[in-house]
Design a protein around this ligand. Structure first.
Ligand code: NAD
Length: 498
């Protein structure tokens, strides 16, 4: 059995642990590797290495840091197919989808390459007589990133690119379910000239994360994962005095108005609900159909679903791959199985899916469509994180917005309409952090920042882009006077500026 290593001090480190997690090929169900869960001593080793490296890296010139990031960008681009293949082998998504995530990760590196402008401070001359003020942004020191299974390249890149650009040393704790891409990222960063110890990879579960959360050597925690864990990480990390951003789960709605183009809306719904088997935090999982649009829209969606090709992610022509694990597959299936008893109507049941003989042991569940779903049903209230699309029928635009705004999550949302006024009103009224107008998966480009509202994000800063620069730096303001000894005097009053 292949054992995954840690990446410490610019090289792989074999673990001495007794606790391991399993990595599967989700298309066959076979175990392909094992992930070590770091021992407390191994966590200490990584933090010590990162602490040492952070001292020098944080003081290294911006031009040198930029050079490393440019080289890294070039290497990730050159190795994009290899990275995508690693993702497909352990996550299950199609190669094309995996390439898409690598390219969205690249955007974050490209953004970070502009660190010379991102780290610019301000300067104001003569704020008081003979006194100037300037501000600067400095690295936090050692920062940790904890990432989910569903984007093994892109989400680590959301954090790593800016964290390193800002002069921090980073400890990445990727998902134990698909750890290989992180190790390849570490090799590429080394090859790009990143000094040893600036980027480290540690594997493990809740225990390791707990140590990172409480360790005084770690200054900031950037987390992406499910809501209950995001909330607990935020609470534990902040009470230990750390800066924390913790992005959680989602239930993303797509409001379809009666004037929408049915074909366009159905194409978007199918792509956004079943792409990556619904294992995207920005997947559309609920259609809110206004008035008479529901019936023709459901027919158009069902027609497209029947043509979807489900199979192994590395097979030519596959559009949707398996889920990450058997446990998760069975959990997704249980929502569809229970939907009818809750009063909903199962239009397409993914458990009827037939796969090729070679994939019989794989974690497959077919695309599913459920009508007459209402808030209060489990199938609506829970984040299913699988290829299950619900339809909630409403009579009016306002009722649709109420349904969306009453949901506990507020990650992504979309409206499909040809009415500009209604779309504009929607963007103002809706309580979600990322809104698409005729765009079903409105993941912001890297020069903006990513983040949801409500239970989809704990903390004040969004991820990557300008918010990422803010998160990974501490600001400092310097007030300067070069005194003239002839006018210097003792004055115990509070400094005045006038
Ligand atoms: P998860 O919460 O189970 O795991 C995320 C990370 O936390 C992993 O590295 C895992 O090892 C670690 N972890 C697990 N249990 C822990 C615990 N008790 N204490 C501390 N750390 C723990 O999430 P997942 O199943 O890997 O990923 C899917 C979830 O991530 C979904 O809910 C999805 O919506 C969410 N997600 C959100 C975003 C976003 O941007 N908001 C993006 C991608 C995924």
């Amino acid at each position: 059995m292949r054992s995954i290593n840690f990446w410490v001090d610019g090289k792989p480190l074999e673990s001495t642990t007794q606790r391991w997690g399993a990595v599967y090929n989700p298309a066959t169900g076979e175990q392909t590797a094992q992930t070590p869960f770091a021992t407390p001593a191994e966590v200490e080793t990584v933090i010590a290495s990162a602490t040492e490296a952070s001292k020098k890296w944080g003081r290294m010139s911006i031009s040198r840091r930029t050079e490393v990031l440019f080289a890294f960008r070039h290497l990730v681009f050159a190795h994009r197919e290899e990275l995508a293949a690693l993702v497909t082998a352990e996550h299950g998504k199609t190669l094309d989808d995996a390439l898409g995530e690598v390219s969205r990760g690249l955007e974050n590196i490209e953004y970070a390459c502009g660190l010379a402008s991102h780290l610019k401070g301000g300067f104001t001359s003569q704020v008081s007589t003979g006194i100037d003020v300037h501000s600067l942004r400095q690295p936090v020191g050692v920062v940790a990133g904890i990432t989910p299974f569903n984007f093994p390249v892109m989400v680590p890149m959301w954090m790593t690119a800016n964290a390193i650009a800002c002069g921090n040393a980073m400890i990445l704790k990727p998902s134990e379910k698909d750890p290989s891409a992180s190790m390849r990222i570490a090799e590429l960063l080394s090859e790009a000239g990143l000094p040893d110890g600036v980027f480290n990879v540690l594997h493990g579960d809740a225990e390791i994360v707990g140590t990172l959360l409480e360790h005084p050597g770690v200054g900031a925690i950037s987390f992406v994962g499910s809501t209950p864990i995001a909330k607990s990480i935020y609470e534990r990390g902040t009470s230990a005095g750390k800066r924390v951003q913790a992005l959680g789960g989602a239930k993303n709605h797509m409001l379809v108005l009666p004037d929408a183009d049915i074909g366009v809306a159905a194409d978007a719904a199918v792509s956004a609900a079943y792409g990556s088997a619904g294992e995207r935090c920005m997947a559309i999982s609920v259609i809110v159909a206004v008035g008479a649009v529901a019936d023709p829209l459901i027919d158009a969606i069902a027609e497209r679903m029947a043509a979807l090709r489900v199979g192994a992610g590395d097979e030519e022509g596959t559009e949707m791959g398996p889920l990450i694990s058997k446990i998760h597959r069975d959990k997704v299936a249980s929502y569809v199985e229970g939907a009818a008893a809750e009063g909903a109507k199962v239009c397409v049941d993914g458990s009827n899916l037939e796969v090729a003989a070679a994939n019989k042991g794989g974690f497959f569940f077919g695309p599913s469509l459920i009508d007459n779903v209402r808030p209060g049903m489990k199938v609506y209230d829970d984040e299913i994180f699988g290829p299950v699309l619900s339809v909630v029928r409403v009579d009016t635009f306002d009722e649709g917005v109420d349904v969306i705004n009453s949901n506990r999550y507020g990650n992504g949302v979309a409206i499909f309409t040809r009415d500009g006024g209604a779309a504009r009103q929607f963007t103002v009224d809706v309580t979600c952090g990322m809104v698409g107008v005729n765009v079903p998966i409105p993941v912001p480009v890297a020069s903006y920042s990513f983040g949801g509202w409500k239970d989809s994000l704990f903390g004040d800063t969004h991820m990557y882009g300008p918010a990422g620069i803010e998160f990974f730096t501490r600001s400092k303001v310097v007030t300067t006077r070069w005194p003239d000894p002839s006018s210097s005097e003792v004055n115990l009053g509070f400094p005045k500026t006038r």
